[in-house]
Design a protein around this ligand. Sequence first.
Ligand SMILES: *Cc1c(COP(=O)(O)O)cnc(C)c1O
Length: 471
Amino acid sequence: MNNTGCCGGGISCPPGEKKNILEKNVGGLKVSEWLTRCPLLGEIMAYREVSWFTPQDMQDQAAAPPQGTSLGTRDIEEAADRLDRFRPFIAHAFPETAVDRGLIESPLRPIPLMQAALADHYGVRLPGKLLLKCDNLLPISGSIKARGGIYEVLKHAERVAQANNLLPPDSDYSALLGDSARKIFADHAIAVGSTGNLGLSIGIIGARFGFKVTVHMSAEARKWKKDLLRHHGVAVIEHRGDYNQAVAEGRRQAEGDPRCHFIDDENSADLFLGYAVAAGRVRQQLAELAIPVDADHPLFVYLPCGVGGGPGGIASGLKLLFGKNVHCFFAEPTHSPCMLIGLYTGLHDGVSVRDFGLDGKTAADGLAVSRPSGFVGKIIAPVIDGIFTVGDAAMLRLLALLADTEGMKMEPSALAGMIGPLRILAADGYQMSRALNSKMTGATHLVWGTGGGMVPDEEMAADYLKGKREM
Ligand SMILES: *Cc1c(COP(=O)(O)O)cnc(C)c1O
């Protein structure tokens, strides 16, 4: 998608807003004043690809998480324990997980062919190791949402089951698949607003318990996701607005119903913790691959970001385990860089990408979010090291390149982080500020591939062809 400058300074604006955008008030300042205060906004408003590194003072200032958000090591361990308790249930309910005794986890794979192709395609040297976290292969729903989304449903089911004496001490949780449990779950509802993948995860696991599930979908959600959910007996309500409006509408409808648990993608600590469990699993997988992470072997992790819960949870978990030796970067589409704008301006969920004239339209439907989670934004400032944006053309090109080299098919959102190693290797200032320059040959770059496992073949083929045309 090309955009030509129209308001001066190379800034492009949607039709109708051309003249007034600089005069517009956003969070107490005019857009023109924001441009002086945050100069990179000019590039961002022109849909250009940018790399932004978290200023040291912002990281230091925010080093203590806000009161009341209890998201430390103990909380993550508790979430991991709960997932372990549910393994007998998962193994029975989803036979494809039986080989791993009900563990919901994905492989971590070196992708040397992709690494060589990236270097070749972009004409750069790519020292260090390149790994891909294959969340497209996560059981049950084929995306990163099988972490947070499923975890929150399990936690809710445990609560309902305990309140109804379905889980005496030392129970085998597969008992929750029985008729008496099902009858009780059928009396409880779960609702969620989603661009698609969260709805899929929650719809599938929720229906397996027998909960009444309603998924509020945004306009950009793909049709096949709605069809698949309806096939699982999930009620799908379509909204004309974007993701944030679908969430708001779902929240409003659920509020009136005390038997309805609303899974709030913009505010949920449980989703966040479900994602954070991934960090300990990755540490183990790195150890199994004999890949060190220490002062001489930095780990760079690239996480596609929508509302921020998934990447925020994982990055927080990784920082707790690896401290300064891990560097976490979020990747967002040039058309909806909501976390970048929220963090950079400090307005968090008080700002939408539309306030700065961006249209929010992207082929990366999992990242088509115009307003970030305020809850996540405020706690991740000390945790993330930067955010970069990627155009749709690049994501599709990388999608095709990954398919051609490693035979692995992922959805466009999942490729947002793949350009990360090139951005870091080009960022001399960042490397210098963290004394990394001499350590890049010993570095490991871990690209989080966030989804694609359930995408129908025709959809995947169409995206692949678009990517080939971009090469
Ligand atoms: C949801 C999603 C993300 C981002 O997760 P958030 O919690 O929304 O930031 C990234 N990739 C895919 C494929 C997703 O579905």
